[in-house]
Design a protein around this ligand. Structure first.
Ligand SMILES: [Zn+2]
Length: 239
C-alpha cells in the first residue's frame, strides 16, 4: 500500500490543508506494442515518486485516466472526452478538493491535455485557487510511443509491453508533420501510430528517465513558479 494514495485513505486520515497531486493521462493508441493507458501509467509513477520525495505530506489522487485524444481517434481503443469536457472535469475536481486541500498540482503525461489544463487552471487561479500543473518532460523525449515511452513502460510495467511488436514509426520532427497531424490526425502521418522509434528501448533507460522526471517534478512542486499557462516552471536563479 502506497501511504500517499488518497483512494486508500479513510477520511479522518486526510488532514485539512494538504497538498494533492493528481496524475492525468489518456486512454489512446500507443502503437502495436504499448497499452492504451500508457500515459496514465507514466503520470501515476511520476506523481507517486514525487509525493514520496517531497518533505511535506502530500496525497496522490486517483489518476484522471481519460484525456483529450482526438488526434488518435481513428485507432480502435482510443477513448477521448475532448478538450471542453476535460476543462470542466478539472475545474470541478479542483473546486471540490480545495474545500479541504490547500493546494492541487496536476502531473500531466499527455500533450493533448495541455490546452485543457492551461485553460482550466488559468480560470481556477482567477477564482483564487492555489493550483498548477507540471509536465512529465525529458530532454530527449521522442513524440509518441517511441524510445522514451517504451523505455519508461519497460521499467514501470514491463509485462504490458509487447516487445516483439515494437517497430519504428514516423521519425520526422514535429515541425515537419504538425500541419497534417492537426488537420487529419496521427493516422495520416503514421500507419502504426508511432511517432518515433522504440527500437533499442530498455528498462534501464526507463529507470533513469523516470528518476529524472520524478526529481524534476518534485523540484517544480517544491520550488517552481507558476507560468502564464498555469504550468510550473523552474524559478530563475538571480545572478
Ligand atoms: Zn503517451
Amino acid at each position: 500500500v502506497n501511504d500517499c494514495a488518497l483512494a486508500q485513505a479513510a477520511w479522518p486520515e486526510v488532514s485539512v490543508g494538504s497538498l494533492v497531486i493528481v496524475p492525468i493521462g489518456s486512454v489512446e493508441q500507443h502503437g502495436p506494442h504499448l497499452p492504451l493507458d500508457t500515459d496514465a501509467v507514466i503520470a501515476r509513477a511520476v506523481a507517486s515518486g514525487a509525493a514520496q520525495e517531497l518533505e511535506s505530506q502530500s496525497w496522490v489522487a486517483p489518476t484522471l485516466v481519460y484525456g483529450s485524444s482526438g488526434e488518435h481517434q481513428s485507432f480502435p481503443g482510443t477513448c477521448s472526452i475532448g478538450t471542453p469536457v476535460l476543462v470542466d472535469v478539472i475545474v470541478e475536481l479542483v473546486r471540490s478538493m480545495r474545500t479541504w486541500a490547500d493546494r492541487v498540482v496536476f502531473v500531466n503525461a499527455h500533450g493533448g491535455n495541455v490546452e485543457s489544463l492551461s485553460s482550466a487552471i488559468t480560470q481556477l487561479r482567477e477564482e483564487g485557487h492555489d493550483v498548477a500543473w507540471a509536465a512529465c518532460a525529458t530532454e530527449d523525449f521522442d513524440l509518441h510511443a517511441g524510445y522514451t515511452e517504451t523505455s519508461l513502460m519497460l521499467h514501470i510495467a514491463g509485462d504490458t509491453v509487447r516487445t516483439e511488436l515494437a517497430e519504428p514509426g514516423n521519425t520526422a520532427a514535429l515541425s515537419e508533420i504538425i500541419e497534417t497531424l492537426v488537420r487529419e490526425g496521427v493516422r495520416a502521418v503514421s500507419a502504426n501510430g508511432i511517432l518515433g522509434d522504440p527500437t533499442g528501448a530498455s528498462a534501464e533507460k526507463g529507470r533513469s528517465t523516470l528518476e529524472s522526471m520524478i526529481a524534476d517534478v518534485s523540484a517544480l512542486i517544491a520550488t517552481g513558479v507558476v507560468g502564464p499557462l498555469g504550468r510550473l516552471e523552474r524559478a530563475t536563479v538571480p545572478s
